[in-house]
Design a protein around this ligand. Structure first.
Ligand SMILES: Cc1cc2nc3c(=O)[nH]c(=O)nc-3n(C[C@H](O)[C@H](O)[C@H](O)COP(=O)(O)O)c2cc1C
Length: 168
């Protein structure tokens, strides 16, 4: 899914992340608190998620407040495959890399460390959940035009949804 965040001063940033879980609390994703996305979310804890299914002509858009869950981040990290935990342990995400070799060496060293210590957790790894206050479903139609349905609520934690059709 595409995760869109703001730095709190009007600059927006978007990137792909994995939807890790969907619970009553919200839609979960994970990453480094020290990454640009983590810095954005600390400055402005609101975000948007966008899903596209090109084959079926569907889009789902969600937006709402985001909560950081460092404990759940540790659990998420331990459940990742060795190669992913090594990548997470290397850290420094989105900093400038001088040469590819530098990263490959750091990743190989991190892989040895995670294999030797399976409980090792990257200290900045964080899980966040987004509790939607707005959700929109978009369906393209062949010959019939598109259908858009939007649900909105004033309170992400006690949702009383208003459902509306939107002009496509
Ligand atoms: C298919 C795919 C899945 C990804 N999943 C994640 C993820 O779950 N968490 C994450 O931190 N980055 C993930 N990334 C990398 C992000 O897109 C992004 O490059 C990275 O998190 C740095 O983003 P930032 O500089 O905005 O913080 C994924 C990239 C791709 C292409």
């Amino acid at each position: 899914m595409t995760l869109s965040t703001s730095d709190g001063h009007g600059a927006v940033h978007a990137r792909t992340v994995i939807l890790k879980d969907l619970t009553a609390e919200g839609w979960w994703f994970a990453g480094h608190a020290t990454s640009p996305k983590g810095v954005d979310l600390a400055a402005d804890p609101r975000a948007a998620l966008t899903f596209l299914w090109r084959e079926t002509g569907r889009q789902v858009r969600l937006s709402g407040p985001v909560t950081a869950n460092p404990g759940a981040g540790a659990e998420d990290f331990r459940a990742r495959p060795d190669a992913s935990r090594a990548a997470g342990l290397v850290g420094r995400q989105s900093q400038v890399l001088r040469a590819l070799d530098e990263h490959r060496a750091a990743w190989a060293e991190a892989l040895d460390r995670v294999r030797a210590a399976p409980d090792l957790v990257a200290p900045t790894w964080t899980a966040w959940h987004l509790a939607p206050v707005e959700a929109e479903f978009w369906q393209s139609g062949t010959g019939t035009g598109q259908t858009r349905v939007r649900y909105r609520t004033g309170d992400a934690h006690r949702p009383a949804w208003t459902k509306e059709l939107l002009w496509p």
